[in-house]
Design a protein around this ligand. Structure first.
Ligand code: ZN
Length: 843
């Protein structure tokens, strides 16, 4: 099965320009498909907010059935989501999800673009979203995208008319798209873009509606559809051996970090789009109806069309290389077309087709996966013609260097291996996601070079240009320089060739908490990116903090090896939050970056250089108890955070839960969404509640409502109903409504000030109904909403305390928020003031 899947994937790899995937090797039917696309001159742009919002059924349909040039503009890179497959969060999650989108597009045949907007987390309303994003800048990016991609039709995933009904980012994406549809054609809007770009008037704007937006299939069936187009997106493509919805399932299954892996769907299925702007097509099944999508669309295109439609009609599946002469002729004719937009696109497509039909294999692979500025690397060049076409390699160029060898005649299936010595310039930039090079804001990435805005990734460090001669006609085919290698357990692999600093340094912990004035030994891990480096690492810290030695030497013999250097850091005597960073000094050069590698099988390996730093927090925190039991849910870093303030945290295997195991601990904490994802808990709830009755503290963090299982209605010892209430504004006012309760007084006095500096949100899935045994401690709400008092609830049960909290401790503790630590310490300590009088519980 796996083998079949892999060959399916290969089918649609045709035109995408991923930089480090295995080169595409195209069969006749794939080449034919590419020629059909070459003969369609129309474009569609799909717009939504996040990676995984896009409707891959529709994107695949437009790309593979209609054969339009199709792209997805995702306003954000999905930094704010969760990650089901690894530790990457925030900007690193954005890098991973960018690659998942590119992997999806390689399958459905679309292209991928972004704006500079950051996915800053859940937002209830577009008004809030557009306050945190720079609305004008994001709108400008959408306008820029329309002006450069020049879509005939734009399709919004979301409805711009229903703010508040979905994520604020979603509605915002539709609002901005509707505005940009008109502004793109207006020369007075964003005039600074008009040097490089021209104004553009898209013809139609649609909303990709479905029954979901109507509440039920019945309501949608009854709805007026006179303004809608619909088409069967379950259509089967015999040329590809797949149906459209199968391709769509494969594509959306690339969103693995969001848990989108799914079965393929098959069979007839209707998709609906509702016209928002432009004229309603006569043919209600054709988005491009009435728009010229033939070669006649461009001046001078008619003659090209006659030639290329002829090839499409009489395509030679047994030996496509027989078309080389006509295709080269078409290439020559296209160069005379004055419409530079279509000329550029169709030239690129045609060159890929010419290379495919002649079985041309052109590769430039660095012997090393990375190089430092100022170094030299050997590039292995492979050149091979697998047809009887008369092709010569005239010369080669990488960067500024041109090979001066004489012409090489490329005879059928005779391979040429060449070497190219590349000197990497001293002043070359490191390869890094371009949107992470400069510090951004909460809502926006900073991009210095406007030409990069919209691009999914940073262009490769080096491109190899193969200057070829096709029977007297010159064509240059360009490939990125990559690194090809093999692993015994995986076979041949490709990865990007990258430019890296000579060494990078990092702190293992990004947040270091000092619960008192005791110094801590802070490890700095230095990684070498070339052989035999020597230097010193300087420890930078803020006033009030102190290290015993500010700078220490290091020396690493082998590239890839690491050395750990320790610095003893003493916190100030008072509470403080600050940052520390290591700076590496080698031969007068300073490097303040750390390297994060993101490696998964479904994406090319990503190297990300981030500013190397850690947050240090000096707390004045009191706590009772020492041993905490932790039942892991969907995964969070709370155990590590509790260890930082001196707790001994023991992870409890849910299967091992019984009366004896629990009694070893002063408190038991249940990780986020544990009742949603750990089925064993339904059989263990009795022991957990008995533990409380015997004097223990049980702290349950948020679980999601909705997917709630009736069997968990006894999640608490008294009735408790979870809701979808959430408070997303991390700066929203918090009132302590149970001021005298021990939970906000012992052992740490909690005040409103402890809710300053929280990140991303206050909390989610708060209970909205509870039994009288519960005491609500806090009240908070987002702007314009009623007070939510279910964020922190406590109920005495037997001799112990049951606590349910939807507060986002899983975000606040790893971010080093002092108030969150104090409140958590109180949840673990509450009721232990008179510990000695109670049933003995260790801890
Ligand atoms: Zn979304």
């Amino acid at each position: 099965m796996r083998k079949i899947l892999v060959s399916f994937l290969g089918i649609l790899f045709f035109f995408c320009t991923s930089f480090a995937q295995a080169p595409k090797k195209n069969s006749s039917s794939e080449i034919y498909h590419a020629i059909q696309k070459l003969n369609f001159l129309g474009s569609a742009l799909y717009i939504a907010a996040h990676p995984d919002d896009e409707n891959t059924r529709l994107i695949s349909y437009l790309s593979n059935e209609v054969k339009a040039r199709t792209a997805y503009l995702s306003l954000t890179r999905g930094d704010g989501g969760q990650n089901l497959i690894g530790p990457e969060l925030r900007e690193l999650l954005g890098v991973l999800r960018t690659q998942e989108l590119l992997a999806a597009r390689r399958i459905d045949g679309g292209e991928q673009f972004f704006t500079r907007a950051v996915d800053f987390g859940y937002s209830k309303h577009p008004e809030e979203t557009l306050k945190i994003w720079n609305k004008d800048t994001v709108l400008g990016d959408v306008v820029r995208m329309i002006r450069s991609f020049k879509p005939d039709v734009i399709i919004n995933r979301f409805d711009h008319r229903t703010p508040g009904s979905t994520h604020g980012h979603h509605t915002s994406s539709a609002i901005l798209s509707v505005a940009a549809f008109d502004l793109a054609g207006d020369p007075t809007s964003y005039p600074e873009q008009l040097g490089e770009l021209n104004v553009w008037h898209p013809k139609r704007l649609f909303f990709n509606t479905s029954w979901w937006f109507y509440g039920s299939e019945e309501k949608f069936a009854a709805a007026d559809k006179s303004n809608m187009l619909s088409f069967d997106i379950g259509i089967y493509y015999p040329m590809l051996g797949l149906s459209n919805n199968e391709i769509a399932s494969l594509a959306s299954s690339q969103h693995r970090c969001q848990g989108f892996g799914r079965l393929m769907s098959r069979g007839s299925e209707n998709e609906y789009i509702e016209l928002l702007k432009g004229d309603l097509p006569q043919d209600k099944k054709d988005v491009f109806d009435g728009i010229d999508t033939t070669w006649s669309r461009v001046e001078g295109g008619e003659a090209v069309g006659i030639l290329l439609y002829g090839i499409e009609k009489n395509f030679n599946f047994k030996d496509p290389s027989t078309h080389v002469k006509e295709l080269v002729q078409a290439h020559q004719m296209i160069q005379d077309i004055t419409d530079t937009h279509w000329k550029t696109i169709k030239t690129k497509e045609l060159e890929a087709i010419i290379a495919s039909i002649t079985g041309l294999y052109l590769e430039a692979s660095s012997e090393n996966p990375m190089a430092n500025p100022g170094s030299s690397v050997t590039i292995d060049i492979e050149v091979l013609n697998r047809s009887n076409a008369k092709i010569k390699l005239k010369s080669m160029a990488i960067g500024d260097l041109i090979s001066k060898d004489k012409d090489i005649v490329l005879a059928n299936n005779v391979k040429h291996d060449l070497k190219f010595d590349l000197r990497v310039p001293d002043n070359i930039s490191y390869t890094n996601p371009y949107w992470l090079n400069k510090k951004g804001t909460l809502g926006m990435y900073t991009v210095e070079n406007p030409k990069l805005i919209g691009n999914p990734e940073t262009p490769p460090a080096f491109m190899a240009h193969f200057n070829l001669d096709f029977d007297g006609y010159p064509i240059t085919i360009t490939k990125p320089v990559i690194h090809r290698y093999s692993k015994p357990d995986k076979g041949e692999l490709y990865q990007p060739f990258e430019i890296m600093p000579e060494a990078t340094a990092r702190f293992e912990d990004k947040v270091i908490i000092f619960a008192d004035g005791t110094p801590k030994n802070i490890p700095v891990t230095i990684k070498a990116h070339r052989d035999s480096i020597k230097g010193e690492v300087v420890f930078c810290y803020a006033q009030g903090w102190n290290v015993e030695q500010k700078s220490k030497p290091f020396s690493i013999a082998k590239k890839g090896d690491e050395q750990i250097v320790f610095f003893e850091l003493t916190p100030p005597s008072h509470e403080d939050e600050n940052y520390i960073s290591p700076i590496i000094k080698i031969n007068g050069k300073e490097i303040a970056k750390e390297l994060v590698t993101i490696a998964y099988d479904h994406i090319p390996t990503q190297s990300v250089l981030l500013p190397s730093e850690a947050k240090v927090v000096r707390l004045d925190i009191q706590k009772a108890g020492e041993h905490i039991g932790y039942i892991v849910g969907a995964g969070d870093e709370v155990p590590t955070s509790l260890e930082q303030i001196g707790y001994q945290v023991h992870l409890i295997d849910p299967n091992s839960i019984n009366a004896e195991t629990l009694n070893n601990y002063g408190a038991i904490v249940v990780g986020i969404r544990a009742y949603n994802v750990v089925p064993e808990l339904r059989f263990k709830q009795k022991y957990l509640l008995d533990y409380v009755a015997n004097g223990g503290n049980l702290v349950i963090q948020y679980n999601t409502a909705g997917r709630w299982d009736a069997q968990y209605k006894d999640i608490a010892p008294y009735p408790l109903t979870l809701s979808r209430d959430r408070v997303t504004d991390e700066n929203s006012r918090v009132d302590i409504i149970a001021k005298n309760h021990e939970l906000v007084n012992y052992p740490n006095k909690i005040t409103e000030a402890d809710f300053k500096g929280w990140v991303q949100e206050r909390g989610l899935y708060f209970p909205n109904e509870w039994d009288a045994h519960f005491t609500p401690i806090l009240s908070m709400n987002d702007e314009g909403e009623t007070a939510k008092t279910g964020g922190l609830l406590i109920a005495p049960y037997g001799k112990g305390n049951y606590i349910y909290t939807g507060l986002s401790f899983f975000r606040e503790l790893p971010a080093g928020v002092p108030g969150a630590y104090k409140l958590f310490a109180n949840m673990l300590s509450v009721g232990k003031e008179n510990l000695k009088k109670k049933t003995p519980i260790k801890g």
